[in-house]
Write a protein that binds this ligand. Structure first.
Ligand code: NI
Length: 191
């Protein structure tokens, strides 16, 4: 296991379209996943996409609370003491369901110290391959849908500020103590 260097905004690898993984039995994939989990944990992040560790392939990992919706109950979804479930998805494809959107704050390990208010689809369909080879096809909503849209955007070379419709709501984390702008409060209320 190893902690990998995380690419930061401006590195060209973060703007690339990542390639589809054709051989999920490649032993190197398992060690890459292990390294990504260790890197995400070390950095204190909730999600990580392979291009962020300089590997432009369609692989994402993230950790969410169980009550936000577990994809499927198998050994790949390691559940820890905080009731957080680790999700590992190969070649994820997401499709919005309906037009409902909601706003919430997002951060990214490739954009340290910043937070931005981002609109995302409320409901999406997800297809992906799990590391054990199982195919999944499920609908997810809310926070889980948001995390997936953020991580899958990385696979298409898109960072969350590119999804923002008001860049005045891109803020340094330590400045949030001065209060959230009124227009952000309004957008959060519409959720
Ligand atoms: Ni990110």
């Amino acid at each position: 296991m190893a902690i990998l260097k995380i690419a930061r905004m401006g590195h060209p690898i973060l703007s690339q379209i990542s390639t589809v993984i054709t051989d999920i039995t490649d032993y190197k994939l398992n060690s890459l996943i292990d390294d990504m989990v260790e890197t995400m944990n070390d950095a204190g992040g909730a999600g990580l996409a392979a291009p962020q560790i300089h590997m432009p392939i369609r692989l994402v990992i993230y950790r969410i609370k169980l009550d936000k919706g577990l994809i499927c109950d198998n050994d790949d979804n390691i559940i820890d003491n905080d009731n957080m479930a680790l999700h590992i998805l190969i070649n994820p494809i997401i499709t919005p369901i309906g037009d409902d959107i909601s706003y919430d704050w997002e951060g990214c390990l490739s954009i340290p110290d910043l937070t931005g208010l981002v609109a995302r689809y409320e409901n999406i369909n997800l297809t992906a391959i799990m590391p054990n080879g199982d195919n999944i096809n499920i609908n997810v909503s809310g926070f889980h849908a948001r995390v997936l849209q953020h991580e899958c955007d990385h696979l298409d070379g898109i960072l969350y500020p590119q999804r923002m419709d008001d860049l005045s709501l891109l803020m340094f984390n330590d400045q949030m103590r001065h209060g959230i702008p009124d227009k952000a409060k309004l957008l959060l209320q519409t959720n």
